[in-house]
Design a binder for this molecule. Structure first.
Ligand code: HEC
Length: 169
């Protein structure tokens, strides 16, 4: 497919994402958290999917989002999670993508971990399973997406130091 058609399709998908999914509300402030300038997907983001526990035990997104019947139809296990997220429409609301590289606020993955009302379904992890995510862990997902949502290591300095991160100023 010619690149301009791909770009036009992506622009349409983005416009639809903004128009259709409900506006997020009750979001945690991450503006003051130190940014992560270098992020390795496997170690950091998959590491969090595997075990983010903040209650002293062990708990992962994959406790629910794993085969053979991942909740929400979303398999977040190692080796397949990136391909299930980046540029992929939500199974619950196809008007929004899980991850739009460079645009965390338009990405359902970030909204789901950052906001009580993400616009589609409930906040993750569901019912604060394992203690829920720390603001730093939410900011890691934000920074990974803002840095381009690469499958390997991203080391982009994406901010000018004055941008506000997240939904709450
Ligand atoms: C205790 C079980 C449980 C845990 C733990 C859990 N989830 Fe979920 N997740 C669900 C259920 C149930 C749904 C479907 C309902 C909804 O979207 O609220 C879902 C839906 C989702 C969706 C949207 C799927 C879609 O098609 O729109 C995303 C994204 C998501 N979860 C990400 C995560 C992430 C990231 C974590 C870890 C930080 C996590 N979940 C932890 C149960 C869980």
């Amino acid at each position: 497919m010619p690149l301009d058609l791909v770009a036009a399709g992506l622009a349409l998908a983005l416009a639809a994402a903004r128009a259709d999914a409900g506006a997020p509300d009750g979001c945690t402030r991450i503006a003051d958290i130190a940014p992560n300038y270098s992020i390795t997907y496997g170690a950091a983001v998959q590491g969090l999917f595997d075990d983010y526990a903040t209650n002293g035990g062990s708990a992962g997104c994959i406790n629910c989002h794993e085969p053979p019947a991942p909740t929400g139809g979303l398999d977040l296990t190692a080796g397949v999670s990136w391909g299930h997220l980046v540029g992929v429409p939500s199974g619950e609301d196809a008007s929004i993508l899980y991850v739009v590289p460079g645009r965390p606020e338009d990405s359902l993955l970030f909204r789901k971990v950052n906001c009580d009302v993400p616009g589609v379904g409930a906040r993750m992890p569901l019912d604060d399973w394992g203690g829920g995510l720390l603001p730093e862990q939410q900011a890691l997902i934000y920074d990974w997406i803002a840095n381009g949502a690469l499958p390997g290591t991203s080391a982009t300095v994406f901010r000018d130091g004055f941008d506000i991160r997240g939904f709450v100023p």
